[in-house]
Design a binder for this molecule. Structure first.
Ligand code: DX5
Ligand code: ZN
Length: 233
């Protein structure tokens, strides 16, 4: 079943925004061991979004704690002056928001010139047409299923239709479709069926606070998505 899923592997990306910042290195090691594929890094500036999280120095400090892909989600404006710092800190993917500045094409060129995978994130109100003319510069589309700025918000269901539209738009291209916000085992199947292959989860992964809980939580999300993809669980 599901030939169209075959090209992009299923990815679970815990967001460390929901972790215990007092022991960030240990939290990263634990989600790595618990089965995370990517580590999702939410960078917030108190300007583009109404919250402040952490920046390149913190990312650099946790880089030695895992070999997993560092998937940076920059909720900052402007972003261009900081791209090099995030690349040097060890981010593998650098995703910027389509709404964050007037020169999206330039930002994506800059990320690729730094040798990193380039992503574009779309807020819930942003149409998919925002990526139409930059599609050749995109390795990843990050569909926000909450308004960015905080963890623990409710999943916005219109993201499902947006994922379907992006899947159609990116068909045949090596582009990951990632969804972020309010994602847990309850919606993972629907998201995978719609065409998302990368699922970010903060609260749904870090609830429980132990390595054992993280294993259970990641498996629950992975199994729900894998089932919808027609893959063995
Ligand atoms: C929101 C962030 C998300 C968030 C996800 O601005 O981009 O990555 O941490 O957290 P949950 O899974 O709790 O919605
Ligand atoms: Zn995020």
């Amino acid at each position: 079943m599901s030939q169209h899923f075959a090209s992009r592997p299923l990815v679970i990306a815990p967001s460390i925004l929901a972790s215990d910042f007092a022991k960030l290195g240990e939290e990263v090691r634990n989600v790595d061991q618990a089965g995370a594929d990517w580590i999702h890094l939410d960078v917030m500036d108190g300007h583009f979004v109404p919250n402040i999280s952490y920046g390149p120095d913190v990312i650099k400090a946790i880089r030695p704690h895992t070999k997993k892909i560092f998937d940076a989600h920059l909720m900052i404006a402007p972003c261009d002056p900081y791209l090099e710092a995030f690349a040097k800190a060890g981010c593998d993917h650098i995703t910027v928001h389509a709404e964050a500045g007037p020169h999206l094409h330039r930002s994506l060129q800059a990320i690729r010139a730094l040798g990193k995978k380039a992503g574009v994130s779309l807020n819930p109100a942003t149409p998919v047409s925002a990526i139409e003319y930059v599609i050749d510069l995109i390795d990843l589309v990050l569909v926000m299923s909450v308004n960015p700025g905080f963890g623990g918000q409710a999943f916005i269901r219109s993201a499902l239709g947006k994922v379907r539209d992006i899947r159609a738009m990116t068909a045949g291209r090596p582009i990951d479709i990632e969804v972020d916000g309010g994602v847990g085992p309850d919606v993972a199947g629907e998201l995978a069926a719609a065409g998302a292959n990368a699922l970010v989860a903060g609260s749904a992964v870090f609830k429980g606070g132990t390595l054992e809980a993280y294993k259970t939580n990641i498996s629950a999300i992975r199994n729900a998505a894998a089932l919808a993809r027609g893959e063995a669980v």
